[in-house]
Design a binder for this molecule. Structure first.
Ligand code: UDP
Ligand code: MG
Length: 321
């Protein structure tokens, strides 16, 4: 958390609410109604300007999501939409939406509205107090399954060990000022883990707290393998500590093998005959496993370097409305 002296703002800001959607036809109607009424209220109360709007990002959905977005945009100019040319995942969908936001502030929120929309006015207040980044933090995760809570906690601990600064219990529900957003868009990497990247921006930031709700309808688009891959992405895109740990592990196994060699020589002097093919077998397998694991970790980084060197565009916007 960065604490620069507060700089209160006076001008009413314009707001874009960026909502990534992947096969969200079940939740769309609820989501758009809720966000529209929130925006209308905030515009009436002169908390945000009338240029404010919602920007839905259709992340290559295969259901009716895009036609619902189009319909909503045609009937109300508070609703805008972009459609990516194919499914690129939550993080890139967010980046795509954010890169289109031209307003003073942007708030990103998931389409299932598990995050409390009542926090958005609070976030705007915090922005008016001079913050550039406002993190939405879940103070209560009782709606998540035991496994999700446990895996999230283990992940935060692991990130801490790896020295990665991250706001615990913060998903991608956050406000960014235009300045923070422009800084973020200068990150050119392909491997995106926003939760780890945003704290790297610096700037004055703060948090608002809320209780996370159940998904309003539909199913999670984050099955276990996607969560795991996001976690690996998070670690490998932000730190090279695992590579250093491998070196340490290598040094440690060398040390052990030297100690064992000394032990064997000493035993020989005392005339003990050493039995123990089993232990030889086990250590061969064990070391083989360790080496493969280490190669895998190194490979992960080399793969990342390869992907980054291509400088491929992260997404294509197929339609805009
Ligand atoms: N999402 C997306 N692309 C994907 C997967 C998910 O844009 O490939 C969106 C999804 O529509 C939702 C948000 O990302 O708005 C978070 O997904 P979800 O709510 O399923 O995740 P969970 O809350 O279960 O972690
Ligand atoms: Mg969700």
């Amino acid at each position: 958390m960065h604490t620069f002296p507060p700089q209160h703002r006076d001008d009413i800001p314009s707001l874009t609410i960026v909502v990534p959607c992947y096969n969200e036809e079940e939740v769309f109607a609820f989501c758009v109604a809720e966000l529209k009424s929130l925006l209308k209220r905030a515009i009436e109360e002169k908390k945000i300007t009338a240029q404010s709007h919602i920007l839905f990002v259709d992340d290559g959905s295969r259901d009716k999501t895009w036609s619902l977005i189009k319909q909503a945009a045609q009937t109300d100019n508070l609703v805008h939409g972009i459609r990516l040319s194919r499914n690129r995942g939550h993080q890139i969908a967010l980046m795509a939406g954010l890169s289109c936001a031209e307003t003073n502030i942007s708030v990103s929120i998931d389409a299932d509205l598990q995050d409390d929309t009542a926090c958005i006015p609070k976030m705007i207040e915090k922005y008016m107090e001079g913050n550039e980044i406002v993190y939405g933090v879940r103070s209560d995760r009782s709606s998540d399954s035991f496994f999700k809570r446990w895996s999230a906690n283990s992940f935060y601990k692991l990130m801490e060990v790896m020295g990665i600064q991250q706001v615990a219990n913060h998903a991608d529900f956050r406000l960014l000022s235009r300045r923070a957003l422009h800084s973020l868009l200068q990150f050119e990497e392909q491997n995106i883990y926003l939760r780890g990247m945003i704290p790297l921006l610096g700037y004055r930031s703060t948090q608002v707290f809320y209780a996370r709700k159940e998904r309003c309808a539909g199913e999670s688009k984050y099955p276990f393998y996607k969560m795991l891959s996001l976690a690996i992405e998070g670690i490998t895109s932000l730190t090279i500590k695992p590579l250093r740990l491998i070196s340490l592990l290598g040094a440690f196994t060398c040390l052990i093998s030297i100690l064992i060699s000394i032990f064997v020589v000493v035993q020989k002097f005392y005339g003990h005959v050493l039995l123990g093919w089993a232990s030889v077998e086990i250590s061969i397998f064990f070391l083989g496993g360790v080496q493969l694991l280490c190669l895998g970790v190194i490979g992960e980084y080399i793969g990342k370097i390869y992907m980054e060197t291509k400088h491929r565009p992260k997404f294509f916007i197929q339609d805009k409305i």
